[in-house]
Ligand binder design. Structure first.
Ligand SMILES: Cc1ncc(COP(=O)(O)O)c(C=O)c1O
Length: 507
């Protein structure tokens, strides 16, 4: 441990900041880069924020914000009364990226030859029809949202008037050049704006060319399965996890392996025990449904697994806009130096799911294949929704709406936390909710879970049983029990009212 406040491995003079841009973000990125490439080793001490502010001629606030973000993401830790140190992390590979073409072109050619093989033997269309019989998603909850519907944001706050104006503007006098067939990867302006948004809000350095617009996250996941897997490939999914993704992967022939999730996210040690695992599907920002944020150590282990094994990672950042303490965490795709991560985003949690608008951010070497697959399946997504979303973003409505939605979700979360019934036998306490639109609460036994859900239903309150999020091949056991509640779908008053009814129903 180096006790000197200005460790020699840390050279603040090497940090050059562009004064026209966000300073704390740049400082955070510069420090993060130094931790990841080993220039700032585990245990290195960082200068006090006041000292670093003086050296870099910044406000102390900018340094504190950068340190806070690094702290939230696990890069640094502080010891009371002692100072700020780089966390103890397994050493990251400092090998520069080997570029995309080699690894990926081999992968893609393997992919096509494997697929040809597959089609001649086990992957006849009849097999897909056969598999489909085992892939029923539960019917979506119908009717207007009520407490505590999972997976939907605050529809009541969407600026429909703005949307209608932009929509009318687009269709009033559409450019004939845009009415034929467009780019299969999506409208160029929308892709530019999404890339800029991800660079700014997630620190994900990507270009418009890496983005493919999809019909929501579901099509994005399904495309990954279609293009990266052959029947029988082993695919790791979080267990419990997002069943719609698991179904899509398995429909394309994946042999699913459920990996346990603990307080740090997907258990990478279990992942490492799988022979020939080809792909891992994860929700690191906010695990679905447990709500855990994947720790930095696990993120690095997962990336190291992908690099070592040549596996792919689908990173589903379905609700990353909703973080209630500090900025969203840097996604795996931002840390990926070896082009193994396919990042999935959706507008469904900020606008509404029925819009069916999402996107993939792909390693460069995969863009052509994904574009081609889109062209063959659907030509491209519908032009109107894409163009209106582009204008919605370009004119600043999107950013404003994100802020509004985050505030509303936070306030709705607070009402749920404050009014959560205590002393209900078998029901755990409401945990701290730091992100997302839903929360998981523990329940002692499966029998008690069923009883609490049924009684809630009779009181007109929607609650999902945690046991429904486990893979089918697992025998349900009591520690699979819990309740999953969405807290953003309805107003604070409706939440308070639903809580009152729940308290009576559960008495
Ligand atoms: C984990 C996860 N991913 C993605 C989505 C959204 O998918 P889509 O954009 O297809 O509506 C959801 C919706 O509930 C989800 O829970």
């Amino acid at each position: 441990m180096n006790e000197h406040p200005l460790d020699l491995s840390f050279d603040p003079a090497g940090i050059v900041l562009d004064r026209r841009l966000g300073l704390s973000r740049q400082l955070y990125q510069a420090l993060r880069e130094r931790v990841l490439d080993g220039r700032l080793g585990s245990g290195a001490r960082l200068p006090a924020s006041r000292d670093l502010a003086a050296i870099l001629k910044l406000s102390r606030n900018s340094v504190v914000r950068a340190y806070d973000q690094l702290y939230a993401e696990g890069y640094i830790e502080s010891r009371v009364g002692d100072g700020t140190y780089v966390s103890q992390l397994k050493k990251l590979s400092t090998k520069p990226s080997t570029g995309l073409s080699l690894g990926l072109s081999t992968d893609l050619s393997t992919y096509s030859s494997k697929n040809t093989e597959g089609s001649s033997s086990s992957d006849r269309s009849g097999d897909t029809l056969e598999r489909l019989k085992n892939h029923h998603l539960p019917p979506p909850k119908s009717g207007p949202p009520r407490a505590f519907r999972v997976g939907v944001p605050a529809f009541d706050l969407f600026p429909f008037q703005v949307w209608a104006r932009l929509q009318a503007g687009f269709w009033r006098n559409p450019d004939p050049a845009r009415l034929g067939y467009g780019d299969p990867a999506g409208e160029p302006l929308l892709r530019e704006l999404i890339a800029a948004y991800l660079r700014r809000s997630r620190g994900l350095s990507c270009s418009a060319e890496q983005i493919v617009i999809t019909s929501g996250a579901q099509q994005a996941i399904s495309l990954c399965a279609q293009l990266l897997l052959k029947p029988g490939d082993c695919v790791a999914v979080e267990n419990p996890g997002y069943r719609a993704a698991a179904h899509a992967l398995s429909l394309h022939g994946a042999r699913l392996e459920g990996i346990p999730v603990d307080g740090e996210g997907l258990d990478c040690e279990v992942l490492e025990t799988l022979a020939d695992c080809r792909l891992a599907y994860v929700t690191p920002a906010h695990q679905y449904p447990t709500g855990v944020t994947m720790s930095l150590a696990r993120r690095l282990s997962l990336l190291a697994w992908a690099e070592r094994s040549g596996g792919w990672i689908i990173e589903d950042d379905y609700d990353g806009e909703y973080r209630y303490n500090g900025a969203p965490l840097a996604p795996l795709a931002a840390l990926d130096q070896h082009a193994r991560v396919l990042y999935v985003g959706t507008f469904g949690k900020i606008a509404f799911p029925a819009l069916r608008l999402g996107y993939l951010v792909l390693p460069e070497g995969l863009v052509q294949a994904f574009s081609q697959a889109c062209a063959l399946a659907v030509r491209h997504s519908e032009v109107g929704a894409q163009s209106v979303m582009a204008q919605f973003m370009a004119q600043g409505h999107f950013q404003r709406h994100i802020r509004r939605m985050r505030r509303a979700a936070l306030s709705r979360r607070n009402v749920l936390q404050a009014g959560w019934p205590r002393d209900v036998p078998g029901l755990g306490p409401m945990p701290e909710v730091a992100a997302g639109l839903h929360v998981k609460v523990d329940v002692d036994t499966l029998a008690r879970e069923a009883e609490l859900v049924a009684r809630a239903e009779t009181a007109g309150v929607e609650i999902n049983p945690l046991s429904s999020y486990w893979l089918d091949d697992q025998t349900p056991v009591d520690n699979h029990a819990g309740l999953v509640l969405g807290f953003a779908a309805v107003s604070e008053a409706e939440i308070a009212n639903a809580l009152m009814r729940l308290r009576k129903a559960w008495r």
